[in-house]
Write a protein that binds this ligand. Structure first.
Ligand code: ZN
Length: 318
C-alpha cells in the first residue's frame, strides 16, 4: 500500500493535466484526461549582490599564500567584483534554499557602505579581505518576497559553509523550518572565530548540524536530505572543513551540482585552479578533482560555482 501511495504521489507530481477530451461513442459519452510530463524540480539561480576580492583569492592556485589571497599586496584597482549566488529549489517535499548571501545591513541603502559593512561583518579584518554590495531588492529575503515566499515558507535552508558571503544573510531567513550545515563547519567556525567567522551572523538562529548518512564524495561523507537521493549534501573539504556541495538529482539520474566555493568558476575545475583560501591544500585539490569528475559526467546538466561571473541568474528545470 505504501509503495503504491508513493508511486501515485510521484506520478501526480510529475504529471499535470493537459486537457480533458470529450469522447463521443454510440453507447457512451465521457471525458478522458490526458497527462503530460512536467519538470520534476525547479532551481532558481539568484544573485544576491556582489563581493569584491583580490584576484588571488578565487584563482590563486596551489602556490598562493594567505597574504596574496587576502589582497594586502594587491592594489585595489586590480581587485574584482564577483556575484554572490544563492539557490532556491522547488522540490516535491518543499522549498529549499541553499546559502543566504549577504544580509541587507551590509548595504542598507543599496549602495557601497564601508561603515555598514564593518558593522555587519563584525570585523574590520574581514572587510579588508572582502567587500560587499547589494543593489536594491536583491537581498535574499527581498528576492524571495518577489517570488511570494516568506522565510517561514522555507522548509530547509542548507548552508554550504559559514563564510560571511554565504551565512551573513542567515538572520533574514531565520524563520525557515530547518537550517542545516555540516558539524565540521560549526567546529571550523569555532576554531577560526578570531579572523574568519563571526558567531553574530547566526545569532538567534536555530542552526543544526547534519548527520552524515552516506559515503558519496571525495572524503566519503554525504547527507541525503530526504533519503531518496534527490538532494544530497556532499562534503568537499579544503576551502573550509565542512564545505559541502549540493547535488540535486531527478528521477532519471540527471543532476545539477552546486559546488559552492569548491572552485570559484567553471574554469577552476576545467583547468584545476584551486582558490587562494584554503585550510588544507591537498584536500582542496582532491575535492576539486571530484567536482571535475562530477561536472564532466554526462548525467550532469549544470555545474555551478557560487561566484562565477560567467553565470547569470536563471531557472533550471530538472
Ligand atoms: Zn564564497
Amino acid at each position: 500500500m505504501i509503495i503504491l501511495g508513493q508511486r501515485l504521489t510521484a506520478f501526480l507530481f510529475n504529471y499535470s493535466i493537459a486537457q480533458r477530451i470529450l469522447v463521443n461513442h454510440e453507447h457512451y459519452r465521457t471525458h478522458i484526461i490526458v497527462y503530460v510530463e512536467q519538470p520534476f524540480m525547479k532551481i532558481h539561480v539568484l544573485h544576491t549582490g556582489q563581493v569584491r576580492v583580490s584576484p588571488y583569492l578565487p584563482f590563486g592556485g596551489d602556490n598562493c599564500n594567505i597574504l596574496k589571497a587576502s589582497g594586502i599586496t594587491t592594489p585595489k584597482k586590480d581587485w574584482i567584483w564577483l556575484p554572490v549566488s544563492v539557490y532556491l529549489i522547488e522540490h516535491k517535499n518543499g522549498l529549499i534554499l541553499v546559502d543566504t548571501g549577504w544580509h541587507r545591513d551590509m548595504s542598507p541603502k543599496g549602495v557601497y557602505d564601508k561603515k555598514a559593512q564593518i558593522k555587519s561583518l563584525g570585523s574590520r579584518i574581514l572587510y579588508n579581505v572582502n567587500q560587499g554590495l547589494i543593489p536594491p531588492r536583491k537581498a535574499v529575503n527581498e528576492q524571495l518576497e518577489e517570488l511570494g515566499i516568506k522565510s517561514s515558507d522555507l522548509d530547509y535552508v542548507l548552508l554550504t559553509h559559514l563564510d560571511c558571503d554565504h551565512a551573513n544573510g542567515l538572520r533574514a531567513v531565520k524563520d525557515a523550518k530547518h537550517i542545516l550545515c555540516a558539524g565540521e563547519e560549526l567546529e571550523c567556525a569555532r576554531k577560526h572565530s578570531f579572523i574568519r567567522y563571526k558567531k553574530q551572523w547566526w545569532q538567534g538562529v536555530n542552526l543544526q548540524s547534519i548527520k552524515w548518512n552516506g559515503t558519496e564524495g571525495p572524503v566519503h561523507k554525504s547527507f541525503d536530505l530526504f533519503d531518496d537521493g534527490s538532494v544530497i549534501m556532499v562534503n568537499i573539504p579544503g576551502h573550509s572543513d565542512g564545505l559541502c556541495a549540493v547535488k540535486i538529482v531527478n528521477g532519471k539520474g540527471k543532476y545539477v551540482l552546486l559546488f559552492s566555493d569548491g572552485g570559484y568558476a567553471t574554469k577552476s575545475w576545467k583547468e584545476m585552479i584551486t582558490s587562494g583560501i584554503s585550510l588544507d591544500k591537498n584536500m582542496q585539490r582532491n575535492s576539486l578533482n571530484w567536482i571535475r569528475e562530477q561536472s564532466m559526467n554526462s548525467d550532469c546538466i549544470e555545474s555551478l560555482a557560487t561566484h562565477d561571473s560567467e553565470i547569470k541568474p536563471h531557472i533550471i528545470t530538472l
